[in-house]
Design a protein around this ligand. Structure first.
Ligand code: C2E
Ligand code: MG
Ligand code: MG
Ligand code: MG
Length: 280
């Protein structure tokens, strides 16, 4: 353990730790009730087709909406739930909600665009997860293409076990998106062995657009993905120059604040319906 020479530092360090610890314990103890009270809500961030600039689909992003109206962002509770195992239940909850909404849209005669759902590494490793997810898809009469699964590149890091699980998912019919590509644990090995359909370029890469070396990295990464029969989506796009560059590089889809933020389902629905009506 770390020893500080000043008593004061020790006290500050300890109380900071326990504050964090208390907060984590509270969120952990609150989980069942929060699920029961439907405090976890699924927001939708539209993805845009680069050529048409129309909505091509969305990503489902969970938020924790407390009864007092405050929102807790996933960055605060996902790492905790990944640590204590609750993520398995939360991921499945979000997936079910998205599948149900897709079914509802179908019944309403609305266009059903693909909505991708995040899956943590811990969830992927959970026993029977592929069968359970497939069952949810069948129960809601969803085409597999309408609910792609996002696996973060770190979660997709090469291992025999992960390779087996991802292949199983693809064989069942799931579409896989490799999330956060280029964010730190970039592994060409994962491109070699894992059956992904879409490569999501992380914001960290997009932020280098305009820097000549960064431009080249993106250009060649897109070419590499296309050569491997994957589509490419750029994440965290905030600027017009980035959109223009990505279009020139033949990136397929864009997701970012430049076009739209994550928002409640009703807002996403209204955006899609508006586009559909303009089409007629
Ligand atoms: P992610 O899967 O990489 O999702 C993209 C994140 O980038 C989202 O943050 C989104 O709001 C943000 N983002 C999108 N466009 C922009 C942009 O132009 N600029 C900036 N600065 N940010 C942008 P969010 O919603 O806070 O989610 C953070 C992470 O939490 C997600 O990263 C994902 O790893 C995780 N997460 C969210 N929902 C779930 C879930 O249901 N299950 C699991 N396992 N993880 C989830
Ligand atoms: Mg994601
Ligand atoms: Mg991610
Ligand atoms: Mg991402």
């Amino acid at each position: 353990s770390i020893q500080y020479s000043y008593e004061h530092s020790v006290a500050t360090y300890d109380s900071a730790m326990s504050q964090q610890h208390i907060r984590e314990l509270m969120m952990e103890n609150d989980f069942d009730r929060a699920i029961a009270d439907e405090e976890f809500v699924v927001w939708y961030q539209p993805k845009y087709d680069v050529k048409t600039e129309r909505i091509a689909g969305a990503e489902a992003l969970v938020r924790w909406k407390k009864s007092d109206g405050t929102m807790i962002s996933p960055g605060e509770f996902i790492p905790l739930f990944e640590k204590n195992g609750l993520i398995v239940r939360l991921d499945e909850y979000v997936f079910r909600k998205v599948c149900q909404k897709q079914k509802e849209r179908m019944k309403q005669g609305k266009v059903v665009l693909p909505v991708s759902v995040n899956l943590s590494r811990a969830t992927l490793h959970h026993d029977g997860i592929v069968e359970r997810y497939a069952q949810i898809v069948y129960d809601n009469e969803n085409p597999f293409e309408s609910v792609p699964i996002e696996l973060t590149e770190t979660a997709a890091l090469y291992s025999i076990q992960i390779q087996g699980l991802t292949e199983k998912m693809v064989n069942v019919g799931f579409m896989l998106h490799m999330d956060d590509f280029g964010s730190g644990y970039s592994s060409m090995t994962s491109l070699n062995v894992l059956p992904f359909h879409v490569l999501k370029l992380d914001k960290a890469l997009i932020d280098y657009i305009g820097n000549s070396r960064g431009d080249q990295v993106i250009q060649h990464t897109i070419a590499l993905a296309h050569g491997l029969d994957m589509k490419v989506l750029a994440e965290g796009v905030e600027k017009k120059e980035q959109v223009e560059f990505l279009r020139k590089m033949q990136c397929d889809e864009i997701q970012g604040f430049y076009y739209a933020m994550p928002q409640p389902y009703e807002v996403y629905d209204a955006m899609v319906e508006k586009e559909q009506s303009e089409r007629k």
